[in-house]
Design a protein around this ligand. Structure first.
Ligand code: SAH
Ligand code: SF4
Length: 378
């Protein structure tokens, strides 16, 4: 028996079985017990071992003493006037955000992969955050669990009567804070649980991983994770993309698109999404639109035009609405349907690219205040 309960969330089925054996469960019972616990935790959202009623009492006691199914702590939950929800979560001394976007007939959960981001895309708030660390599998899966808890969205919550139906969260997108392909192993481990039919059971078609273009990891993501792919393209010429998405200097547009052409599983029924943030006077000309369409010829693509979401101190402006419409029309005529993404949750800073752990900002401003007062005292 371990002294402090070990985290159970985020373990793979094999790791869970090994952990049960180490906690004293017999080898024979291990596999079955692991499956039962797995079902309670990921299908019913059970947070209390004592409530796992089909398990023997002494086994439940052993589990409670050895393991924890704790989620990241909710620091704040904000609800936008449009129904979008944003949770600020804390775990291991760090804070990160998760956003739920309800739409008619679907609900998308936007999950973070890192605290902050090492890349510094010029238009992205997260990229301005100093502190960065990778989130663990437990913290990534934990975001989905927190959201299901808060939205009462457990399929087994009503004894499994509505399993798989009427879920509020229908899609998971790795589009929160961080670059998921710079935290590959943890994202892969977490998404395996999100996609596991006996766990959170999201179809891989309903899981999307968005990358700024870490080219060498794209094929691996296809083979080993197998989710849908989104690419933060944002510019059609290297000179512009070098500035907006600096990783482009390492992996320019041509290499990025080559990796997309060979992305495992991409086809006309499983298209790659190209995200394109609309920045006034920077990347929104009609010749950019025509170039975009040309560039994506031969790639099974969807285009997602994202009106730029401003944040305090952001160096860009959102394109004028008429310009977005004209740009979209060119994209539309080339056969891409409904390309403009409606901004959601802007009033609570939950929209694309607005995420940044608030408390870090506060701490940073406290630091500045201290420095300033130190200087005054001199
Ligand atoms: N790091 C990954 C995933 C997180 S960002 C990536 O870059 O793809 C999710 C999406 O929001 C990306 O397409 C990103 O470029 C976009 N985005 C960032 N800042 C934005 C802003 N201020 N307004 C609109 N979209 C933004
Ligand atoms: Fe990082 Fe993505 Fe933001 Fe770029 S857009 S700084 S890769 S989170």
């Amino acid at each position: 028996m371990t002294a402090t309960p070990a985290p159970l969330i985020g373990l793979s089925p094999d790791e869970l079985k090994t952990a049960l054996l180490a906690a004293g469960v017999s080898d024979k019972a291990g596999a079955m017990r692991a499956r039962q616990v797995w079902n309670w935790v990921y299908v019913h959202g059970c947070r209390d071992f004592a409530a796992m009623t089909n398990l023997a009492k002494d086994f439940r006691a052993l589990m409670a003493a050895s393991f924890s199914v704790a989620r990241p702590e909710i620091v704040t939950e904000q609800i936008s006037s449009d129904g979008t929800r944003k949770w600020l979560l804390r775990s291991g001394g760090q804070e990160f955000e998760t956003v739920f976007i309800p739409e008619p007939g679907r609900g998308t959960l936007c999950v973070s992969s890192q605290v902050g981001c090492t890349l510094n895309c010029r238009f992205c708030h997260t990229g301005t955050q100093k502190l960065v660390r990778n989130l663990t599998p437990a913290e990534i899966v934990g975001q989905v669990l927190v959201a299901r808890d808060s939205l009462s969205d457990w399929p087994g919550g009503d004894s499994g009567k509505n399993a798989g139906e009427n879920r509020r969260i229908t899609n998971v997108v790795m589009m929160g804070m961080g670059e998921p392909l710079y935290n590959f192993d943890n994202v892969k481990a977490a998404l395996a649980i999100v996609a596991d039919g006996d766990a959170l059971a999201f179809s891989k078609r309903r899981i999307t991983l968005s990358t700024s273009g870490v080219v060498p990891m794209i094929a691996r993501a296809g083979h080993e994770i197998g989710s849908a792919l989104a690419i933060s393209l944002h510019a059609v010429r290297d000179e512009v993309r070098d500035v907006l998405v600096p990783i482009n200097k390492k992996y320019p547009i041509k290499e990025l698109l080559d990796a997309c052409r060979t992305y495992p599983g991409a086809s006309n029924s499983r298209r790659i999404t190209f995200e394109y943030v609309m920045l006034k006077g920077v990347n929104d000309s009609l010749s950019d639109a025509r170039e975009l369409v040309k560039l994506l010829k031969g790639v099974p693509a969807k285009i997602n035009l994202i009106p730029f979401n401003p944040w305090p101190g952001s160096p860009y402006e959102c394109s004028a609405w008429e310009q977005i419409e004209k740009f979209a029309e060119i994209v539309n005529r080339a056969g891409y349907a409904s390309p403009v993404r409606t901004p959601r949750g802007r009033d609570i800073m939950a929209a694309c690219g607005q995420l940044k752990s608030e408390s870090l900002k506060q701490r940073a401003s406290e630091r500045y205040a201290e420095v300033a007062s130190g200087q005054l005292a001199k």
